[in-house]
Ligand binder design. Structure first.
Ligand code: GDP
Ligand code: MN
Length: 353
């Protein structure tokens, strides 16, 4: 396989030192963005904030992937703002197309049926490829394969506080495997058969993955009845920081292959968020999952703000804790996560709930 063709550009800032020009020990980690050329100004907004709030002090790489070649303008304007190496990759066609066991005509008829017209992204073909890519292919891209950790960043998101400590370093030092900021409930009609399909896979495994006590996992985050049904809670994957080992193993790979053959990425509209959430809540130990309560993050409908008055001052936050969505909304699952996993809550949590 000639993977070289899938890295189309690599831009290294002046004065950049592979090892440590800046007296910083970086992890083997990268910021990672999947996006379209048409989202240039929205991603510049995200980059400007994350560079300012975090990466200007660390100079991590930033990997951009796209199912089409990035434009010169996209490469020029994004790399211009990044203090680490900016790398631009093309997604192999076989990671963004139909596998032979999917009936394309059937998928098309489903998208055009009345049911899907009223569901968010229900009629979109590209959205389905995107969710499938984020579920089963992004970590196989030759550029991403070089790293141990990634931090997913989307266009048009906001970071309202300084990120003072390096989250990658934190993950490594504390043996965290999957980190998030916001969790919420999925639209049930997009994943009608996901849970039953998942259970068929877990049934084949030799140990009882649904036993939270013996497995020390977080099944209680995704199920309120010990695995009988899915409660729709999912880590919101538009922000995620993870150790790529959690994808690079037979349990994960077997799971997504099983899901892909069942067809729900195309015949329904399975999101990568419920997929990641189901498998990682079952597969990881509770100590390996982590809620970043001191990263202020906003994407579309939801925003988190650290419930920690001293930290907000130290991190020069501009968010209002009273507006923190994660404690205000019934649709959020963060408090369930903290309670089920018996994690420590932020210093001023009780003051704001
Ligand atoms: P939402 O967050 O669920 O509303 O979905 P988005 O439209 O934000 O898509 C999620 C991520 O995938 C974003 O980073 C998008 O830029 C990216 N994305 C979505 N569709 C495509 C696509 O067709 N091509 C590429 N290259 N990126 C896409
Ligand atoms: Mn988005």
């Amino acid at each position: 396989k000639d993977w070289a063709q899938y890295e189309i550009e690599r831009i290294i800032p002046e004065n950049y030192d592979n090892n440590d020009n800046f007296n910083i020990q970086r992890e083997n980690a990268t910021l990672f963005t999947l996006c379209r050329n048409s989202e240039l100004y929205e991603i510049l907004d995200s980059i400007e904030q994350l560079e300012n709030r975090f990466n200007k002090n660390f100079h991590y790489d930033w990997v951009f992937l796209n199912d089409e070649p990035f434009s010169e303008e996209f490469i020029e304007l994004t790399s211009n703002m990044i203090s680490g190496r900016a790398r631009y990759g093309l997604i192999p066609i076989k990671h963004w197309s139909y596998p032979p066991y999917i009936d394309e005509q059937k998928a098309k008829e489903i998208r055009e049926s009345r049911k899907w017209a009223s569901i968010t992204y229900g009629t979109s073909e590209s959205y389905r490829h995107m969710c499938r890519f984020n579920s089963m292919f992004f970590y196989k891209h030759p550029i991403i394969e070089e790293y141990q950790y990634y931090w997913r960043v989307e266009p048009h998101v906001n970071f309202d506080c300084d990120i003072i400590d390096d989250p990658f370093k934190f993950m490594n030092n504390n043996n965290k495997k999957y980190g998030f900021t916001i969790s919420m409930r999925e639209l049930p009609n997009t994943i009608e058969t996901l849970w039953e399909t998942s259970k068929l896979y877990f049934k084949k495994l030799s140990y009882d993955i649904f036993d939270q006590v013996t497995q020390n996992n977080l099944v209680g985050f995704i199920s309120d009845d010990n695995g009988s049904s899915y409660n729709l809670c999912h880590y919101w994957t538009n922000f995620e920081i993870a150790n790529l080992d959690i994808y690079r193993n037979d349990l994960y790979e077997g799971y997504v292959q099983h899901l892909d053959h069942a067809g729900g990425f195309f015949y329904e509209r399975w999101g990568d968020a419920p997929v990641h959430s189901i498998i990682f809540s079952l597969m990881l130990k509770r100590e390996e999952l982590y809620l970043f309560q001191n990263i202020s993050y906003e994407h579309t409908v939801a925003k988190s703000c650290p419930l920690n008055d001293a930290f907000r001052k130290k991190a020069r936050c501009v968010c209002n804790p009273v507006e923190d969505w994660t404690i205000k909304s019934n649709n959020c699952c963060n408090s369930k996560f903290l309670e089920v996993g018996k994690y420590e809550k932020n210093d001023d949590y009780d003051k704001y709930v």
